[in-house]
Ligand binder design. Sequence first.
Ligand code: GDP
Length: 296
Amino acid sequence: MAFEGLASRLQGVFGKLKGKGKVSDEDVAEAMREVRLALLEADVNFKVVKQFISSVKEKAVGQDVMKSFTPGMVIIDIVNKELTELMGGTQSKLARANRPPTVIMMAGLQGAGKTTTSGKLAKLLQKGNHKPLLVACDIYRPAAIKQLQVLGSQIGAPVFSMGDQASPVDIARAALEEAKANNNDYVIIDTAGRLHIDEALMEELRQVHAVAKPDEVLLVIDAMTGQDAVNVAESFHSQLELSGVVLTKLDGDTRGGAALSVKAVTGCPIKFAAMGEKIDSLEPFHPDRMASRILG
Ligand code: GDP
């Protein structure tokens, strides 16, 4: 499960603090050194770690931790709140267009989980009594269109495709008409990815963006790739104003660095987390719950 290493290290550090009746300045300093190391080992961006530690220390001084009866508990509480803030504070909800359909554009590198996540998001929206339309704009990866169609039929959601000969821009334009004609209140556009970011990919995404005028641009990133995921998010964000991130593969053995750094580095909130290959394994991302899970 994700964050196992980080969680057990932090729980170890705070277990020691909690056990003490009296906590010295040196105890706190030692705990902070260990937290710093644990975060770095979990592959959290070093600038983010530095900022995090100094912010926790500042709050600890501000709250006169040492004068409290339970200094260990107060520090854990501060760390919990700071971790929550680091991941965006409150849950960041999906935008909604004033006039339907709400258009969601999915972007990301190949293999990050875009197509799978498009299907999962459609399912989540259906549970909220919405009528999503899935749109197959990834015309390059040979199996992507079929994969989306299979996902669509599995959940009973329509999939708009024009095969792999039409341009993604034309497909997006026609899909919006289709959604209006069929009263689909959400349109989820699955776009092409590449193994690496390149100019041709970005140009195509910008063109689809210009036509689809999405209310949400969600970047799908693979949590297993750690800081690489954060770098990918940074470059996508600079080219294509993102509105949020979906972290996938949190069921895997990820160290957690991406989850803890992406908001701080890019300013984009994590809106959803995917924790498995099954269609119902997508959840809204709750920073407070994730922080509590990490701290145990
Ligand atoms: P795309 O190229 O970005 O469209 O990626 P796909 O949607 O085809 O996903 C690539 C692989 O990752 C597939 O085998 C998916 O089943 C798998 N995958 C996607 N999301 C998750 C997840 O949250 N957990 C796990 N374990 N696998 C996932």
